[in-house]
Design a protein around this ligand. Sequence first.
Ligand code: GAF
Length: 397
Amino acid sequence: AAHGAVAPATGRTHRAQHTAAQFTAVYGAAPTGIWAAPGRANLIGEHTDYNDGFVMPLALPHTTLAAASARTDGVLRLHSGGADGGIVELRVDELRPAPHGGWAAYPAGVVWAMREAGLPVGGADLHYESTVPTGAGLSSSAALEVVTALALNDLYALGQEPQRLAQLAQRAENAFVGMPCGIMDQTAAACCTAGHALFLDTRDLTRRQVPFDLAGEGLRLLVVDTRVQHELGDGAYAERRAGCERGARALGVRALRDVPYAHLPEALAKLADDPVVQALVRHIVTENHRVEEVMACLDAGRTRALGPLLTAGHASLRDDFKISCRELDLAVDTAQAAGALGARMTGGGFGGSAIVLVEEADAAAVGTAVTEAFAAAGYATPRIFEAIASAGAHRVA
Ligand code: GAF
């Protein structure tokens, strides 16, 4: 199903060996172990995670690998096969939240967050190799954070559960990197399992592995990476989050999760003098409801019925939450017109990727239609690949 240039997630042993060999070349000794954490696509439940709501991501076969060894001198050395600039060397007792910038802030932030939480983490050497597309809304940052957390958890025998590692990774991103994200991406990277979508209640962190076997039903889930880098949306992300919090205050609830779908009309009436917040609230309340509907469809074996729910989710993100863009809309509209069952943007928005639910027999034609529409519009060639529900973070060697 792959049309594009994203490295396929095959060759696991080969990638692990390559990562170990690179570590040895960089640091002069073999690593103690190799760990992996995946990127994710979110099936449904967008921007609900910082509203105490529901999400349902699945792990991609694309992963970030970390080769790592502990050090006894409190020095943290970070090196990435995908980044220029050599080894980043820091002292763990000197790590401080600041606008750091650069990829190394994510793993450094994880070490900081673990130490802040009182966990006995010292120095380490780490080398990373990744096939998770960056800036594509597929959570390459969470993969980098979570693989670091898991490696340190094992190297220092910290005994932390995957969900706890996800929380430490989120704290790193919130407080050290300075991105006010919710808990979805890190939980997806840490807790997803192959063949399942992960239902997560982001208030109490209740999780449920929901069987998600599209191939067995003659279906495919495609990812369309528009190649529009989404990093510039960070200010807009914080703005949406603040708007949701304003809405919750105006409605007298702890979080928008507490507005029942059945009470949406009254809630919207109360917000009539603030149309921006009103639209944000409408998205969150209907989106939480869509997550429940998607789960009900999957439980009932009515997988094709997901299509209209995904498409309705896209309309809500485009019209009410206002975080889509021309490229995402073109991908979704073209896929629909070419016979997809449903499609939506996935992830934070302002660029990045869309997902498309499609009959296996139509997958190639839908992919071609999207690629041609992008060419006709003068946009960059999208990368299109299949989202196969894959494993969460784990030790590879
Ligand atoms: C980004 C954030 F990191 C997540 O926490 C989530 O809010 C998502 O955008 C939108 O659903 O990926």
